[in-house]
Design a binder for this molecule. Structure first.
Ligand code: F0G
Length: 464
């Protein structure tokens, strides 16, 4: 009898399998991406999503408290005693009417999912708890990732909080914001700054992990994506299990949107949802591979047979012209997304679309999120900027229910935020002007006043 949990190549013509303990994270036959697959007959899922509500009263049980593991029946690859949790996934879905106005939606129609409220300040903790759990099952002593900053912060937190593994993070030189670099350093990860960008670091970390037998926690690791499926479960939970019309998410390495696609694929297969929301993936305009390939060149999953020659030609063109990703949204400054095929599958299953947002559009959207809610980092605001664009195009209707995923915390990148709101033209030009950002339409500038009581009172009366 085979194991009820295994890994399986996503290419339906190959569908080679590997054991659940395997850590190569590529198909042993064709080298493609792997899924974590379940034999649901032997791992019975809940009959209804409402069954999960029983966990709400068990706050002192860490596996019921975790926003990831309270859904463990939908990612049943680890026994409860094997699971490593740091209390991830206590995130909030907020109705955001002011931001809805900016997007062009009726009040009550826009919701923001704040994944920045995770312990390391980004959605990565959802996936890291799952990857870390798998790493422990596999007996790993060292875990590594390439990162634009958030994966490395998350890995560093899991290593420091559990003391179980040495974390090694590969980052591009000058490519990560200070908030994130600070986390990797403070939590004691071995931080390797590569003279190159994220795409270089990603290639190198895969080579190094293979050579040295280090456990890889980037999103080519399918266990990461199992954890990230739970973002969709929490959105459903917050909407009383009624799927929204749209899920809008930034796209970088395309792990998150791939995980969302798998979540809904399984929920639909298991008969746990009646309808599947549409998916919108938003690239930064300066790192828009997914947009170019899908919307401009018509690349599709095509039932598992995408036109690989097309994407390969595109990547050859990037290499030949030394065309590097470039955006203020450093989290998604990625030209070679490792999860491209899975993301194509997600688009097909969720009737998805892809758009790009400029640095100007992302920063304006970010300021609106900050003024109308809890705040986010620049890359996260791609979702709001993208929703606004899709609304203007009429792709999203004004009565539709839209959930924008805010992937990272506002304090991850204070440099971009302060430059946007700064009254100092030099600061603005240095940080943002160089990126083609011309205006700070929604800036909230600090008021300069002499150290004099009358002047201070006068300023407050004038401005408030
Ligand atoms: N938003 C934030 C804040 C991110 O950090 C990332 C990815 C994304 C969106 C894109 O998600 O890669 O699943 O499409 N950050 C990775 C990192 C690459 O290294 O932290 P994706």
């Amino acid at each position: 009898m085979t194991d009820p949990v295994f890994q399986r190549c996503i290419n339906p013509d190959c569908a080679a399998t590997a054991g659940v303990d395997e850590t190569a994270f590529q198909c042993p036959r064709c080298g493609g991406l792997m899924d974590v697959a379940y034999d649901w007959d032997r791992l019975p899922p809940p009959k209804s999503l409402r069954d999960f509500e029983a966990k709400w009263s068990r706050r002192t049980d860490p596996l019921s408290f975790s926003g990831v593991w309270r859904f463990r029946e939908l990612l049943p690859f680890a026994a409860p005693e094997q699971i490593l949790t740091v209390g991830e996934g206590q995130t909030i879905l907020q109705r955001a009417d002011t931001v809805a106005g900016f997007v062009g939606l009726e009040p009550g129609r826009l919701f923001l999912q704040y994944e920045g409220m995770n312990p390391s300040g980004s959605f990565k903790d959802n996936g890291m708890t799952a990857a870390f759990t798998h790493a422990r099952i596999a007996g790993a002593r060292r875990a590594a990732c390439a990162s634009t900053g958030n994966t490395s912060a998350s890995l560093a937190v899991f290593c420091s909080a559990t003391g179980l593994m040495r974390g090694i993070v590969f980052i591009g030189s000058g490519k990560i914001s200070y908030g994130k670099l600070a986390q990797a350093l403070d939590h004691g990860a071995l931080t390797v700054q590569i003279a190159g960008d994220f795409d270089d670091a990603m290639q190198r970390v895969q080579q190094v992990a293979r050579k040295l037998g280090i456990y890889l926690v980037n999103s080519v690791n399918p266990f990461r994506l199992e954890g990230q499926k739970t973002i969709m479960y929490r959105v459903l939970e917050a909407l009383a299990w009624e799927p929204p019309d749209w899920i809008v998410v930034p796209g970088g390495n395309l792990g998150n949107c791939s995980a969302f696609g798998k979540a809904y694929l399984e929920l639909a297969e298991l008969g746990l949802v009646k309808q599947v929301p549409r998916l919108a993936v938003i690239n930064a305009a300066g790192a828009n591979t997914f947009y170019q390939l899908t919307e401009r060149q018509g690349l599709r999953w095509n039932g598992g047979r995408p036109d690989n020659a097309r994407s390969e030609a595109y990547f050859r063109g990037l290499a030949a012209g030394n065309l590097r990703a470039s955006t203020i949204a450093s989290a998604i400054e990625i030209n070679l997304p490792v999860n491209l095929p899975k993301a194509l599958r997600a688009l097909e299953k969720m009737n998805g679309v892809v758009r790009e947002a400029s640095d100007q559009e992302m920063l304006d959207a970010k300021a609106k999120v900050g003024a109308g809610g809890f705040g986010c980092e620049p890359a996260s605001a791609a979702s709001v900027a993208g929703a606004r664009k899709l609304r203007a195009e009429g792709v999203i209707g004004k009565d539709e229910r839209v959930v924008c995923i805010l992937t990272g915390h506002q304090l991850k990148d204070p440099t971009a935020t302060v430059a946007y709101h700064s009254a100092d033209q030099k600061t603005f030009d240095e940080v943002l002007g160089s990126r083609g950002v011309r205006r700070a339409t929604y800036a909230n500038r600090a008021v300069q006043v002499p150290n004099n009581l009358d002047e201070i009172i006068k300023a407050i009366e004038v401005y408030s």
